[in-house]
Design a protein around this ligand. Structure first.
Ligand code: ADP
Ligand code: MG
Length: 270
């Protein structure tokens, strides 16, 4: 960890408010001498939908990839339900978690990628049932029954026995969402979930995400869909050059961006 300080204290509940589900504190991530994340702090509370926007290269994917521990951070700290992500106490300091510890934490975080990333040789049902069976030791019958319920939730119970190549992009992404939910994550991260889709397929995926938000799922959604950000987001986070430039209620930020940079971004994207 190159000697950099990682804060160890878990985020506390303040002023009667519950502690955040997910909390990032001064997180930094470098690629060579380029700072992809430069001191990002962010709290996501129970049931909250945080929408992250920003120009290409601003660090949005790096942010969600770090939370999912697909990338290791270089500084700062991240907590999930008060538990430090990626590190464990060791001899009065901290050491990186072993693979098993990382895997256990990762199962509490769902991730949906731009390119779906379904297993091509598994049916939709098997894609969704796989993790509960393999990782959680659920019986096939239980895992498939729950997978069918999740496919129903994303409107695809009639496609359960189709393979990814037999599904449209929108349907594949809805299977990917069902798969991410199958491990009952505390928070669902979505990285531009509609950016790879033909325009006519975008709405069916956004409708599923809107339904999950209405059901109270805690989510972080990176997207360029500004109407979605405005309607579904509880909070909008605008990133540029690895930093959070503005953050607040979407309606407020849309109506009165404080920085010229957000104003310029909004004028290009709305
Ligand atoms: P966004 O998702 O907002 O478009 P990214 O998080 O993908 O931005 O990238 C942020 C910055 O980090 C960019 O400058 C990008 O080139 C760089 N970057 C991302 N991943 C890598 C990597 N694996 N190796 C080197 N540079 C990377
Ligand atoms: Mg990205």
């Amino acid at each position: 960890m190159s000697g950099k300080v990682i804060a160890t204290e878990a985020p506390a509940a303040t002023g009667g408010e519950r502690a955040p589900v997910l909390s990032l504190h001064h997180v930094s991530k470098r690629f060579g001498d380029h700072a992809a994340l430069d001191g990002v702090s962010l709290d996501v509370h129970e049931g909250e939908v945080v929408v992250v926007v920003g120009p290409s290269g601003s660090g949005k994917s790096t942010l969600v990839r770090c939370v999912h521990q697909l990338e290791a951070i270089d500084g700062g700290s991240m907590h999930l339900d008060g538990e430090l992500l990626g590190y464990e106490p060791h001899r009065g300091g901290l050491r990186p978690l072993r693979e098993r510890g990382v895997a256990a934490q990762r199962r509490r975080i769902g991730m949906v990628f731009q390119q779906f990333q379904l297993f091509p040789h598994f049916t939709a049902l098997r894609n969704v049932a796989e993790a509960p069976m393999r990782v959680h030791g659920a019986s096939r019958a239980d895992a498939e029954r729950e997978a069918m319920e999740l496919l129903e939730r994303v409107g695809l119970h009639d496609r359960a026995h189709h393979y990814p190549r037999q599904l449209s992009g929108g349907q594949q992404q809805r299977v990917a969402i069902a798969r991410a939910l199958a491990v009952r994550p505390r928070v669902l991260l979505c990285d531009e979930p509609t950016s790879a889709l033909d325009p006519e397929l975008v709405d069916e995926v956004l409708a599923v995400l809107r339904g999950l938000a209405a059901d109270g799922l805690t989510m972080v959604v990176v997207t360029h869909e500004m109407a979605f950000a405005r309607e579904v987001g509880d909070r909008l986070v605008f990133m540029e050059a690895g930093r959070v430039v503005e953050s607040g209620p979407p309606a407020e930020l849309f109506a009165r961006p404080r920085t010229a940079r957000l104003r310029a971004f909004l004028s290009r994207h709305t």
